[in-house]
Structure formats: structure tokens, C-alpha cells
Design a protein around this ligand. Structure first.
Ligand SMILES: *Cc1c(COP(=O)(O)O)cnc(C)c1O
Length: 434
């Protein structure tokens, strides 16, 4: 089936007892065992079924199946936030130490996780100086556990050459993990191009309404863990915390995602509540339509900005002269995302005046809402980084990141136009005062 249909139907048939058509919210912690033997079989991962909602819950399972199907994977694990998904995705590969080699254009908190927090736990993030495959390959060694990239970088808007990154990763015996939050499976299916694991912040376009945090890890089922026994002992050696189970043997293509659930979700929590799973499922039902409008509105806003004399630059991957134009054609079917950055003439002060002048477009740190949103990364999401790191991540002092919503595009453009006028008026007042 196609995206639009999967987004509405996958993972759920009307409930057999009640015939409920909408996915029910199973607001329960635990599930009754038929007998002692039934309980033991569930705990041995031998019987299908539920035992405790920290490990799995029927509402959340529908969400997991739907996301796995949208990405074309063998399984998914839904967790409380996108950051929890990234954390579990990394430690599940590198909990015996090692390094993760990453592109530099990352969501700010992911940069902090890889650059500061995981290193204290024995896992080092190595940042290449660009998203080019050869820059990544130079940093890979025998201790590397994964290559990591955002398919579309937040906020840089760069589009990664997934196929080339996957080839570099596989040539060196490691999987490619991608954060597919900004693209969503509506614009891009990274497993079609060789990525092994996809991570999502469901908080953004998939949920789509700025109401609910959530994250997911999706497993393509294709990485050959058993062929990399020395690099990945966690999948190939008996797990003493699970009475000697060997994940690659027991779960085959689902080894990675089942280990993430059995080891990390079970012991560290970060559980998505069933109510949030329900809200995210509601959002996903309309994501295909929303993304079409997001993309169309963003193209019109980017063109408006580019043609405006008050604007210094617009970094929108959909322009024919963008360095990412060819990759937008190859991976996104010509549809640049609705997330892009721009700078207004007059630098930081003018940028702040523009930002403060917005009336309809909301000032905040979030993306992927039905509403149009604006963020000033240098003072918020990317504040912890050095100026040099900010520059590599695509953030200049004056950069404004827009996440264009699905309001009427003329209303969005009119708001941006009046905020540009407000910024110019302030600039004129400052000039007159000098
Ligand atoms: C927001 C975001 C995250 C973090 O997701 P949360 O749900 O806020 O934890 C990770 N990656 C990208 C690309 C994001 O935009």
C-alpha cells in the first residue's frame, strides 16, 4: 500500500471484542496471565502478548507497526521523545564503548548528546567537517559503531547523500543510522537507499500539531550483525541480563530493535504513554496531506523572501542554484522540506527586530507544527555550541529558521512582510540616531 493508506490503516483492525474503529487507548500498566506457565513464556520472550506497559502496550504497538510500515522496516520501538530514541539507538550499538561518526549539521541537542553526554559514558561522537562521504570515511576506525546523519539537517536544511553514506558505512562494517524527522517517510524512505536504522522525533511533522512529544527507532532488518561479531558483541554474545539469550540468533533480522526494547526500554524506561501514542496516531492519519501543503507553502514563502530586497540570503534547498538541488531531485522527488533558514540585511540586530515583529508566525523552538514557526537558533537551540561549531551546523548570528505551516500562504507572507517592514523601520531609526 501507499503512504496515504498506510498512515491511516497500518497496524490496526477493529478491536475484536468491542469492534472499536478508532485505536483504543489501553490505559493499563499490566496484563493478566492465564497461568504461571503463560507468564513464564511471556517473560522468556517465547509467547506473543503483553506483560507490562514499560515493555509494550497495545496502543503503542499500533503506532510502532504503523511507523515501521511507513519506513519499510521490520520493526519499531516507540519511546517518550526523539532524544530518547536517539540515545537508545546509539547505546544499543556502542554500549561496550567505541565511537559514532556523524555529519556536523545536527539538531542542537543531538550534537550535545554525541559531543558531551555520551562521551562521559564511554561513547565518543566524532564530527566530520562536512556531510561529504569522504569526510565521514576519514574518521571511521575499528572502534566505530555507526555512521550518523540527519537525512535533512535541522536547521541547516542540507540534504545528505544517503546512498553514498550507506556505502561508506557498509564498506567499513558499520550501520548507517539516520534521523528522518525533518523529511518524514512522506518525502524520503532512507531504507530504500541503504540506511539501516531510522530514528524519528514524532513530536514534529508526524504528530504534526505541537501537542505531543514522542520518538521512534525503526529497524530495516538488513544489517548483518552476525557477520560483525567482534564489533557488535551485544548482538552476538550471550546476554547475562537475559539468561544467556543471543539476540542475533533468537531474533535474526529483528535483533537490533528487540535488543533496544529488551535491554534499554525495559531497564531505562523513557516510555511513551498510551494516550500520547493515540494522539500521535491521530496526527499520522493526515501527515501525507499536511506535508504536501507544508512543501507548497514553503516554496512560495522562500520565493517571496528571495525576491525581497530587505533579505540578504535564503538557504532553501528547493532553489535550482542550491548546492543540494540535485539531491532534492534524487531523494525528495523535487520537494524541499518546509524547514529552511534565511538572514535579513543588517545582521543580528535586524534579525532580532524581524523576529520580534512577527505576529502570526510564532516565536518558539519547535518545527513541524500545523502552525508556522520561527526560531533564532544562535540564541536558543544552538546556543551551547561554539561559533565555529554553529557555523558548521549552518547557524549564523542572524539566521532565522522557519518551519512553514499549513495556514493560507498569503497570510504567512503578509506577516513576514510586515515584520520585515518593522525591522527596516527600526534600522532607519537607529541610523538616524547615529
Ligand atoms: C526535535 C528533534 C529531535 C528531538 O526530538 P524530541 O522529540 O524533541 O526529543 C531530534 N532530531 C531532530 C531532527 C529534531 O528536529
Amino acid at each position: 500500500m501507499r503512504n496515504e493508506t498506510i498512515a491511516i490503516h497500518a497496524g490496526y483492525d477493529p478491536d475484536p471484542t468491542t469492534k472499536a474503529v478508532a485505536v483504543p487507548i489501553y490505559q493499563t500498566v499490566a496484563y493478566a496471565f492465564d497461568s504461571a506457565d503463560h507468564g513464564a513464556a511471556l517473560f522468556n520472550l517465547e509467547a506473543d502478548g503483553f506483560r507490562y506497559s514499560r515493555i509494550a502496550n497495545p496502543t503503542t504497538t499500533v503506532l510502532e507497526k504503523r511507523i515501521a510500515e511507513l519506513e519499510g522496516g521490520v520493526g519499531a520501538l516507540a519511546v517518550a521523545t526523539g532524544q530518547a530514541a536517539l540515545h537508545f539507538a546509539f547505546v544499543n550499538l556502542a554500549d561496550d564503548g567505541g565511537n559514532i561518526v556523524s555529519v556536523p549539521q545536527l539538531y542542537g541537542t543531538t550534537h550535545t548528546l554525541l559531543g558531551h553526554v555520551l562521551p562521559r559514558q564511554g561513547i565518543t561522537g566524532r564530527f566530520a567537517d562536512s556531510d561529504q562521504p569522504d569526510a565521514i570515511e576519514r574518521l571511521i576506525d575499528h572502534n566505530t559503531k555507526a555512521v550518523f546523519a540527519e537525512t535533512i539537517g535541522n536547521p541547516a536544511g542540507n540534504v545528505c547523500d544517503i546512498e553514498a553514506l550507506a556505502e561508506v558505512a557498509h564498506r567499513n562494517g558499520v550501520p548507517l543510522i539516520v534521523d528522518n524527522t525533518v523529511a518524514t517517510p512522506m518525502l524520503l524512505k532512507p531504507f530504500d537507499y541503504g540506511a539501516d536504522i531510522a530514528v524519528h522525533s514524532l513530536t514534529k511533522f508526524l504528530g504534526g500539531h505541537g501537542t505531543t512529544l514522542g520518538g521512534a527507532i525503526v529497524d530495516s532488518g538488513r544489517f548483518p550483525w552476525a557477520e560483525q561479531a567482534l564489533r557488535f558483541p551485544g548482538f552476538n554474545q550471550p546476554d547475562p541480563s537475559y539468561h544467556g539469550l543471543v539476540y542475533a540468533e533468537r531474533f535474526g533480522p529483528k535483533a537490533y530493535i528487540e535488543r533496544a526494547r529488551s535491554v534499554y526500554q525495559r531497564t531505562m524506561g523513557s516510555v511513551l504513554s498510551p494516550f500520547n501514542a493515540f494522539l500521535l496516531l491521530q496526527g499520522i492519519e493526515t501527515v501525507a496531506l499536511r506535508i504536501e501543503r507544508h512543501v507548497e507553502n514553503a516554496r512560495k514563502v522562500a520565493e517571496f523572501l528571495r525576491n525581497d530586497a530587505r533579505v540578504a540570503w535564503v538557504n532553501y534547498a528547493g532553489f535550482p542554484d542550491s548546492p543540494y538541488h540535485a539531491l532534492v531531485q534524487k531523494y525528495l522527488n523535487g520537494n524541499a522540506s518546509s524547514l529552511f533558514t534565511f538572514g535579513i540585511k543588517g545582521g543580528l540586530e535586524a534579525g532580532k527586530a524581524f523576529y520580534d515583529g512577527l505576529k502570526l508566525v510564532t516565536r518558539l523552538v519547535n518545527i513541524g507544527d500545523a502552525k508556522s514557526l520561527a526560531c533564532h537558533p544562535a540564541s536558543t537551540t544552538h546556543r551551547q555550541m561554539s561559533v565555529e561549531q554553529q557555523c558548521l551546523a549552518g547557524v549564523l548570528p542572524e539566521t532565522i529558521r522557519l518551519s512553514i505551516g499549513i495556514e493560507h500562504v498569503s497570510d504567512i507572507i503578509e506577516d513576514i512582510d510586515q515584520a520585515l517592514a518593522a525591522a527596516c523601520a527600526q534600522q532607519a531609526r537607529l541610523d538616524a540616531a547615529e
